[in-house]
Design a protein around this ligand. Structure first.
Ligand code: S3P
Length: 425
């Protein structure tokens, strides 16, 4: 599918972002592993989360769609090995978290993915799970896993990755003894918050490691999934780019391990206002107002803030093209193993639109301000590149074409409808 987008004269209105993708995946997995049924209100209905749900159904979970956007999930009465291979589509979270679930049960499963997912590193999860006692063939999809009885380990992850951390903790919940995970910087902590909310004791060591005891059990739960800041990010940044823009976002998750974008925008001098803040099921939620302001300062992103904005780099890079000076990003080599190599694909997209960008092994330098021009961008099976390009199109001099735009179905199926609703022509 190719989108053809024109520049906008303004952006105005209120929006509710789609439900948080990370929390939806975890809600499905923790509901399937619970002793009794759960109700999940407002789950993200997108290809990535459907992949997780379908895999759980293939292993014995049952799902009933309730009225409104809610589902009831019944845990398997008996887990069984899936008959066919589990299709994780484009979703790294699906594949990595399922690896932890399957490794700790007497199941045999094959996990496969699309061309993008099949290129991504799985050894970072396979290796600790093997140390715990699982048998895993392959270091990239397709993977074959034979799970069973595991031993707890003390794992030091070489990367700050919530997917790695969560996969090992999921396995640890059914392993003998205690399982510890330490990461170089804190990645998103939805798993820890979710498990604490379910009454599971989360252990913490002075060196920052978190741990779980094997054998934890929990009852089914009710959860309402908050809005996804990583999806709202496209409109928040768009409002910083389009002269006269004024947007309000309602009910967006503002977990501090996810709000690097808001911290960077504040440093850049953006007009960002927190209208209200509350909390739901252990996750902070806010309403925000964002208005255009000219003369934004460039950003300098490095170190521990990187995991807090890891999914927002493509769209923040679009904003950097309009800042007054050179923005720099470092310590972000993880971007090279996302749905695409996001250092390369962000640079390619921006250069095609006329931006001045230098590529580093672990980041980018982006020189602003420049007038962007329209072009044709291929989003390389990467939803966030497609949506970042769509945001750039709002301030381009002419028409922008985005090839492979169906990639947005993985996280934001109604993105284009929302764009058409919020834009002023
Ligand atoms: C996710 C964690 C992040 C993020 C991804 C979702 C999660 O990946 O990029 O979109 O739900 O745990 P890493 O943890 O591998 O950095």
């Amino acid at each position: 599918m190719e989108w053809v987008l024109r520049p906008a004269q303004g952006l105005r209105g209120e929006f509710i972002p789609p439900a948080d993708k990370s929390i939806t995946h975890r809600a499905y997995l923790f509901a399937a592993a619970a002793r009794t049924p759960s109700e999940i209100e407002n789950p993200l209905q997108s290809h990535d989360c459907e992949a997780t749900l379908n895999a759980l159904i293939q292993m014995g979970a049952e799902v009933r769609r309730l009225s409104g956007a809610a589902i009831a999930l019944y845990p398997p009465t008996e887990w069984h090995s899936p008959a066919g291979s589990l299709d994780c589509g484009n979703s790294g979270t699906t594949m990595r978290l399922l690896m932890g679930m399957i490794a700790s049960r007497p199941l045999v499963a094959e996990l496969q993915g699309d061309a993008s997912l099949s290129r991504r590193p799985m050894e970072r999860v396979a290796s600790p799970l093997r140390q715990m006692g699982a048998t895993i063939e392959g270091s990239q999809a397709p993977l074959r896993i034979r799970g069973g009885e595991l031993e707890g380990i003390d794992f030091v992850s070489p990367v700050a990755s919530a997917q790695v951390k969560s996969a090992v903790l999921l396995a640890g919940l059914r392993a003998r003894g205690t399982t510890w995970v330490r990461e170089p910087e804190l990645s998103r902590d939805h798993t820890e918050r979710f498990l604490s909310g379910l009454g599971v004791d989360m252990l913490r060591r002075p060196d920052g490691a978190i741990g779980v005891e094997g054998g934890a059990e929990w009852e089914g739960f009710r959860i309402r999934v908050p809005g996804d800041l990583s999806s709202a990010a496209f409109w928040i940044v768009a409002a910083c780019l389009v002269p006269g823009a004024d947007l309000v976002v309602r009910g967006v998750g503002v977990n501090p391990t996810r709000t690097g974008l808001l911290k960077v925008l504040t440093q850049m001098g953006a007009d960002l206002e927190v209208l209200s803040e509350s909390s739901a099921q252990g996750e902070p939620v806010a309403d925000l107002r964002i208005r255009f302001r000219s003369g934004l300062r460039p950003f300098k992103i490095e170190g521990e803030i990187v995991p807090q904005l890891i999914d927002e780099v493509p769209v923040l890079s679009v904003l950097a093209t309009q800042a007054e000076g050179t923005s720099t990003l470092r310590d972000a080599a993880e971007l090279r193993v996302k749905e695409s190599d996001r250092i390369a694909s962000t640079a390619e997209m921006l250069r095609k639109m006329g931006a001045q960008v230098e590529v580093h092994p672990d980041g980018l330098d982006i020189h602003g301000p420049v007038q962007l021009g329209g072009t044709r961008v291929d989003c390389n099976l990467d939803h966030r590149i497609a949506m970042a390009a769509a945001v750039a199109s709002l301030i381009a001099a002419d028409e922008t074409r985005i090839a492979g735009a169906e990639a947005v179905l993985t996280s934001y199926p109604h993105f284009l409808d929302e764009l058409n609703r919020l834009r002023v022509d």
